[in-house]
Design a protein around this ligand. Sequence first.
Ligand code: AMP
Length: 434
Amino acid sequence: MPKFQAPRGTRDLLPAERSAFLRLEGIARDLATRYGYQPIETPLFEQSEVFERGVGAVTDVVEKELFRVQAGRGDQERERWALRPEPTAGLVRAYVQHGMQTLPQPVKLTLTGPMFRYDRPQAGRYRQFWQFDVEALGDPGPGIDAEIIELGSRFYATAGLTGVEVQLNSIGDGACRPAYIETLRAYFGRYRADLPELERARLETAPLRLLDSKDERMQPLIAAAPTITEHLCPACDAHFAGVRAHLEAVGITPRPAPRLVRGLDYYTRTAFEFHRPGAAGQQQALGGGGRYDGLVELLGGRPTPGIGFGLGLDRVILALAEQGAEPVAEAHPSVVVVGADPEDTVARLRVATMLRAGGLSARADLAARRLGKQLEGAARDGAHFAVICGDELAHDQVQLKDLQAGTQRRVELADLVRDIQRAEAQHRHGSVEA
Ligand code: AMP
C-alpha cells in the first residue's frame, strides 16, 4: 500500500467520476441560470462563529462535525476558523457583508462546491462532499418555496434519477414553535430515564433535535411524538397551505413528513428533503432545504426572509449507479495527429496546435514511434480522424484519414479545420463521408 493516502473520509475524484460530477455541475449551472440564480463563491472556511450562530451551537454539525482550522501560532488564533459544513451560513454572511439588502429583492444566489463535516465515514457519508446550493433572500413565500422545491425536483429528473420524492413539513415560527417545543419537552420528559445520554441533554437545550435523532432506541418514541403540524399558528398554517397549493400547480405532490425538522437550528416554516424510497441507504436524503427567516438577523443584518436547498452530488452519483444508469462517457479527442517520420514531433505538435486554435479537440502523438503504432493509438483513443503528416507537408498538405469510414484523402493545411468540421457534421447526421 502506498505510504500516502487521501485522508480518511475523502477521496480523489478520478476522471470517470469527475466527468460524472462535471455533468451534474453543468445541469446545476444551467438550471440555476434559467431560474434566475446568480453565481457566487464564498471561502471554503469562515470564522467558526458564523457556523456556531448560523447553523446553531447545539447541532451535530457544529457540536461534533465542525472541521476547525488550526492556524496561527498564538492561542487566540486557534480554532478561529472552520471549514464550511454547509453553504447557507457563509452565503448569508456575504449577503450582509456586501449590503445585498439594498438590492432589489429577492436576491437569488447559487453555488456548487465542497462541504466538510468531521463525521464517521460510511457509504454515502464523506468528510468532504459536494453540494449544489441555491438560496433566495428577501421573499417571504410561499410561492418561492414551491419554486425552489420544483427546481430541486427538476435537477434530479434532468440528471436522470427516477422516483425522487419530496418530503415536506412546516416547523412553525417564533409565534408557534416555542409552545410546541414545550409540548415536545413534556412528552419526551415522560421518558427521561430511558433517553440516551445525548438526547437527555438535548431535552434541556434543543428538544426539537430529538426528532431527528438517529439513535435506534429513539425511533418508537419519535414515531409517537406530537407533531408540529398540529400546533402551527394560523399564519404558519396558511403559509404551509400556500406552499402545497403552489406545488400542486407545478405538478408536485409532496409526501407529508410531520417529523422532519432538519438538523439545523435556523429553519422556520418550510422544511423539505428529497428521498429515493426503496434505494439502498434509504435513510440518507439526497438533498434538503428550508426556510430560514431568522438567519440574516442572527448574522447581523436586518430581518430578512430566506429559503434555499443543498443537494448532495455524491449521493446523486451513487443513486444513479444503483439505478443502473450508463456511466458518463469520458471525453476523447476527435482528431489525432500522427506522422510518417517518427522523429518529427515538431510537425505533429504544430498541426495539432493549429487544429485546437481552430476549435477542434486534437491530440498530437508525441512519441517517437512508427506510424502504424501511432495509428493504433488513435483508434484506441476513439478518435474520428487521424491527420497524417508526411512528405506533403512541404507543400502545406496532409492526409486526412476518416478512422470510422476507413477512407483517406489529401487536404490543404489551410482547409484542414473546415474539412474536419464538415466531416464531423456529416458523421453527426449519420452519413459517413465517402
Ligand atoms: P444536510 O444539510 O445535512 O441536509 O445536507 C444536505 C445534503 O447534502 C444531504 O441530503 C446529502 O445529500 C448531502 N450530505 C450531507 N452530509 C453529507 C456527507 N457527510 N457526505 C455526503 N453527502 C452529504
